[in-house]
Design a protein around this ligand. Structure first.
Ligand SMILES: C[S@@+](CC[C@H](N)C(=O)[O-])C[C@H]1O[C@@H](n2cnc3c(N)ncnc32)[C@H](O)[C@@H]1O
Length: 154
């Protein structure tokens, strides 16, 4: 793995974290108990959920993610489709990628990629970062499990 930053301190919630749609810590902690993530593939030093993470300067999209167990709460702009495609493709290379994404079930990327994963729709609306109010959109957890590279016929 190249270009991986290492957090020197615990994650800190700044007010700007809300604009970044930072994952609610309790939700992350619950998922991390199950998955024990190796790396947060899109983060800043302030909002990284794992001690190993990629920042915009590293460009997580151009880094290899396999064979790691990855946490992905991607940027929610137009680039989200590239992150979801990458998550799916890295799972074919041996990564497991657990994603927190808006439930946009009408999008092409949802039909092309998300529906290849295991989807759990979140009941209600999340409060991201240090927000007092709930998000204006529903969310889902999507898991792209690593493909097992078994020899033919096994
Ligand atoms: C929705 S926030 C998630 C933050 C944090 N990982 C979490 O789960 O709370 C998405 C993050 O992706 C970062 N980001 C944007 N472009 C990136 C890139 N090309 N590579 C890595 N991170 C990127 C943003 O700075 C932002 O902090």
């Amino acid at each position: 793995m190249t270009g991986c930053s290492v957090a020197m301190t615990q994650s800190v919630h700044f007010s700007s974290a809300t604009n970044e749609w930072a994952t609610p810590q309790a939700l992350f902690d619950k998922l991390n108990t199950t998955w024990q993530f190796d790396i947060d593939v899109c983060a800043t030093p302030e909002n990284a959920k794992c001690s190993r993470y990629f920042t915009q300067a590293d460009d997580g999209l151009s880094q290899p993610w396999a064979p790691y167990t990855c946490w992905m709460n991607p940027p929610y702009g137009r680039a989200i489709k590239h992150w979801i495609k990458k998550a799916y493709e890295e799972s074919l290379q041996g990564a497991t990628v657990v994603c927190l994404i808006p439930s946009r079930t009408d999008t092409a990327y949802w039909h092309d990629y998300v529906m290849k994963g295991d989807i759990e729709f979140i009941r209600g609306r999340l409060k991201f970062g240090d927000a007092k109010n709930s998000a204006p959109f529903p969310s889902a957890i999507v898991v792209f499990r690593r493909s097992l590279s078994l020899p033919d016929g096994v």
